[in-house]
Each structure stands twice: as C-alpha cells, then as structure tokens.
Design a binder for this molecule. Structure first.
Ligand code: AMP
Length: 283
C-alpha cells in the first residue's frame, strides 16, 4: 500500500496515465462514485481490483443528475476522508474532475437514457437517468475502462446503464455488486448521514418490509395484495411518504409476470422525514 493515493483532476493528466497502462497491456476497472465513501463503495473497489489489472475510482458529484429541488448543494462531501479510504483500499488512481472540467463552457451533448429509465425513479426524478447515463458515458471514455462496477443498491441505474452499453456498443463490461448493509439491514448510503437518530432506528423497516414481500411473492402470494400490505407496514413504521414499492421483471424492469418464471425484483423508494431512501431485493 502506498503512502498517498494518486489523484488527477484533468482529462489530460488522466489520459497520460491510462495510456501508459494500456501500452503495457493492463486492463482498467472503473468504480464511479459521488464520494462520501462507505463500505459499500469499498466493496465495489475490491471487486474492480479482482476483475482488472488497474483500479480507478472516480469521485464526481454530477450536477446534471440532480433536479432543481434535490439535494445537490447539501450532498455530503469529504474528499480527504475519501482519499484515505481509497489509499487503504489500494486503488491505483482517483479521478476527481471539477464541474468545469467535466462540462466546459459550450458543452451540449448528452445521452438519452432508454426504456428502463422511464418508470420508478424515472417518474419521480425526471431527467435523472439522462444525467447518469451521460456522465457515465463520459467517465467510461475518459478512463478507457474495460470494466465498470456498479452497486445493485441502485438497481435501476445498473439496468439503465447495461441498456446504454448494449445499445451504444460501448466496449466495456458492467459488473453488478451486491448491496452492503448495516447489521440491522439498512443499505449503506451516503444519504444515511441525513437521518436523525430516531429516523435511523426506523430506517431498517424498509429492508425488512421489502424482504418479507419478496419472500411472500416467491411463495406465490398475490403481488397487488403483498404490495398494499408492504406500503401499510412502512407507513406504520414511521416513514412519511412512499414514492413506490413495486415488484418488477428483474431484467427489463417492466411489469412482473410471475407465471413466466422470469426473475423478479422488489424496488422501493420511501421518505423518512426529509430523506429519500431507496432499496431493492431479489424475489
Ligand atoms: P454513489 O456514490 O451513491 O453514486 O454510489 C456509487 C456506486 O456505489 C454506485 O454504483 C452505487 O450503486 C454503489 N453503492 C452505493 N451504496 C452501496 C451499497 N450499500 N452497497 C453496494 N454498492 C453501493
């Protein structure tokens, strides 16, 4: 492990390094993040290190994936802490561009996310996945990644990006990594830092509820009834509002067809006070 982690902030400096790696025949794995790193991010780094010769972590809080009313300005940032964690995780390079480096004056091209982006998060966060798809396309090109690792925590994001890579013939492979959870089941998230002590105690009810729903559906329970019960349970636990709790086809995120035997996924987004938590589990 080195004493410091190498960090670059311009595409020019990034390319100098990745070109050298490629000349030596090294493959490159990328883990895109928005910083405020936790053990979930680090599990992705470990996977990237296993799957590629070189591991790059990007830290970029992408303004274009936040709507005007969202938490861009209060999104947690801790670059010094992040760099220390990445040094310990032994990453080869941290790619931390400024907003101006990413979107210089005159920037005007973007990716329109595909059908997997339409509903669920897409309905409640209009434009979000266009922003995600565009920044990820840029990151893939900038880093010249052979693989990129994404968490199943953001299951729809992973699905949307798989669709983009396939549809646009991008020359890299996406790898999904399982969700890291706290001991009480709450999915690790940078946004958990917003929760008050009381809210933090309520928060695991989301995972408990969607896990129970997944179990019931896998045993043949009626989906509509199960979902209605799950919604009642999270509200009773203390959640304020439900954006959605749904059972969907795990590959297309279209309607669930249990009779077809295709894999299903439960996906949820619920508000705990002013904090919006998302989670999902396999059926
Ligand atoms: P973010 O910094 O929130 O944009 O997340 C960066 C990457 O880390 C995304 O691929 C997320 O899906 C992934 N991630 C976030 N939380 C977790 C978690 N608890 N377990 C595994 N991966 C996660």
């Amino acid at each position: 492990m080195s004493e410091t982690v190498k960090i670059v902030r311009t595409v020019h400096d990034l390319r100098k390094i990745t070109r050298k790696w490629r000349d030596r025949g090294h493959s490159i794995g990328l883990v895109p993040t928005m910083g405020a790193l936790h053990a979930g991010h680090i599990s992705l780094v470990k996977l990237a290190k296993k799957k590629a010769d070189r591991a790059v972590v990007s830290i970029f809080v992408n303004p274009t994936q936040f709507a005007a009313n969202e938490d861009l300005s209060r999104y947690p940032r801790d670059e010094a802490g992040d760099l220390e964690k990445l040094r310990t995780a032994d990453v080869d390079l941290v790619w931390a561009p400024s907003v101006e480096e990413m979107y210089p004056l005159g920037y005007s091209t973007g990716v329109r996310a595909g059908s997997a982006a339409k509903e669920l998060e897409g309905e409640f966060r209009p434009g979000h996945f266009d922003g995600v798809a565009t920044v990820c396309a840029k990151l893939f090109n900038q880093v010249t990644a052979d693989i990129a690792v994404f968490g199943e925590k953001d299951f729809q994001q992973l699905t949307v990006l798989r669709q983009m890579v396939r549809d646009l013939n991008m020359p890299l492979k996406l790898i999904g990594a399982p969700t890291k959870r706290d001991t009480d089941g709450l999915a690790l998230s940078s946004r958990n830092a917003y929760l008050s002590l009381t809210e933090r105690k309520i928060a695991p009810a989301l995972y408990a509820t969607i896990s129970a729903l997944a179990e019931d559906v896998s045993e043949g329970a009626d989906i509509a009834t199960g979902v209605a019960n799950a919604k009642r349970k999270v509200i009773a636990a203390g959640f304020k509002k439900i954006d959605y709790i749904e059972v969907r086809d795990a590959e297309t995120l279209g309607p669930a067809t249990p009779e077809s035997g295709r894999p299903l996924r439960v996906l949820a987004a619920c508000w705990l006070g002013k904090t919006r938590l998302i989670d999902n589990v396999a059926v």
